[in-house]
Design a protein around this ligand. Structure first.
Ligand code: UD1
Length: 368
């Protein structure tokens, strides 16, 4: 038998871990006695119901076995809190392999702790790089990958990045994208949110907006300029904007005046409702990384308000375009969209809904 720790902490982790849990259960079902045991560890980096709990319910993730309850804080506070909590847990009971996903603070903190406790680390979504060292996620990726034993990758670019860093091919496993496993598995269950009828939305008749990167949202006047430009260039199409807690704090009382225009603010939506909106949108404007993968698979035009991306295949193969963070780039891109000139795109290799099964098989070959 092999014992795994599965680590989650923040919203984008939940969709990446759910299919792995399902694949492990399926693997065990075919083999008695149970071959893979796991402990689900939630660091508590995200803790609101709409940032965490609702995802567990909608994606069928079991209750975490352990919650480290780290909560909000600076990067260092969160990192150190998670490390202290996870170290204590590993001292109580070791594990054979620690599986971390994505690039959030929880990913890096648990990877470091595990390796120092002589527990091997597997990184799902290893190897991706934006080259932008102002993003905390880029530091998390580099640090995590520098101590990872086994890399489960989403793209050939990720494989190349790892090789360039001296990682041998025997530790790189190109398996595809677990976030897309969740998307394809959940697609038949996407759910119309209340806002659909409240705003009289129609297919391809609105835009979805998400913004939460410190670069875009932490300076209130910069955020305001971005929002003004989006409203002014979208030809009166309703813009649905589920607002991340970080962005909500910065918007403060200006939120009311935006509501009077074509921008419609909502609380963060659940996974099934959010993707119902994305699937039917005319386009998505975002500074998220994961959403650019989902729009690529659902063939929805996507404009990314960032200067770089760690997911270049969403641009070279998919429907994504990098507009940068200068608001002046929004109007020409919107013009291209509204005149029907947006590229069609296709789906990157192995983003086929079966990545978690491949990961499970590989782990068993390595450890059993
Ligand atoms: C984190 C991830 C980012 C990911 C994003 C998705 C890092 C470095 N960043 O950024 O990669 O795209 O999650 O959401 O790990 N807050 C709440 N309720 C919550 C969680 C957070 O109100 O449940 C507040 C916090 O108090 C804080 C802000 O939201 O002020 C930011 O939360 P934090 O976890 O620090 O980072 P994110 O910006 O969410």
């Amino acid at each position: 038998m092999i014992r795994l720790d599965l680590i989650v902490g923040a919203r984008p982790n939940f969709m990446k871990i759910a299919p792995i849990i399902r694949a492990i259960s399926a693997y065990n079902n075919h083999r008695k006695p149970e071959t893979i045991a796991f402990r689900l560890v939630h660091t508590g980096q995200h803790y609101d119901r709409d940032m965490s709990g609702s995802f567990f319910e909608e994606l069928g993730i079991p209750e975490p076995d352990v919650n480290l309850n780290v909560g909000s804080g600076t990067q260092a506070e969160q990192t150190s809190g998670i490390m202290l909590g996870y170290e204590k847990l590993l001292m109580q009971q070791k594990t054979d392999l620690c599986i971390v996903v994505g690039d959030v603070t929880s990913t890096m903190a648990c990877a470091i702790t595990a390796r120092k406790m002589l527990v091997p680390v597997a990184h799902v979504e290893g190897g991706i790089r934006s080259g932008d060292m102002t993003m905390p996620e880029e530091i998390n990726r580099i640090v995590t990958d520098s101590i990872t034993d086994y890399f489960f990758t989403t793209s050939d670019t990720a494989n190349e990045n790892l090789r360039k860093n001296g990682v041998g091919d025997d530790r790189i496993f190109f398996v595809g994208n677990t976030m897309i496993d969740t998307l394809l598995y959940s697609r038949p269950r996407f759910r119309q949110p209340d806002i659909w009828n409240e705003l009289h939305l129609a297919e391809k008749g609105y835009i979805v907006l998400t913004l939460h990167r410190p670069n875009n949202v932490d300076d209130p006047s910069n955020l305001q300029r971005l929002l003004d430009e989006i409203i002014n260039s979208s030809s009166g199409l309703p813009v649905v904007f589920p607002v991340h807690p970080r962005t909500r704090k910065v918007l403060g009382s200006t939120a009311d005046s935006l509501e009077r225009r074509s921008l419609h603010l909502t609380e963060p939506l659940g996974y099934l409702e959010f993707n119902y909106l994305v699937e039917r949108a005319k386009a998505v404007i975002t500074d998220s990384g994961g959403i650019t993968e989902e729009t690529t698979v659902m063939s929805v035009p996507c404009m990314t308000l960032r200067d770089s991306t760690e997911r270049p295949e969403t641009v070279t193969i998919g429907t994504n375009e990098l507009l940068g963070t200068n608001p002046d780039a929004i109007a020409p891109a919107m013009q291209k969209l509204l005149s029907g000139q947006w590229k069609k795109g296709s789906v990157p290799p192995l983003w086929d809904g079966h990545t978690a099964e491949r990961i499970t098989d590989i782990i068993c070959k390595l450890f059993l």
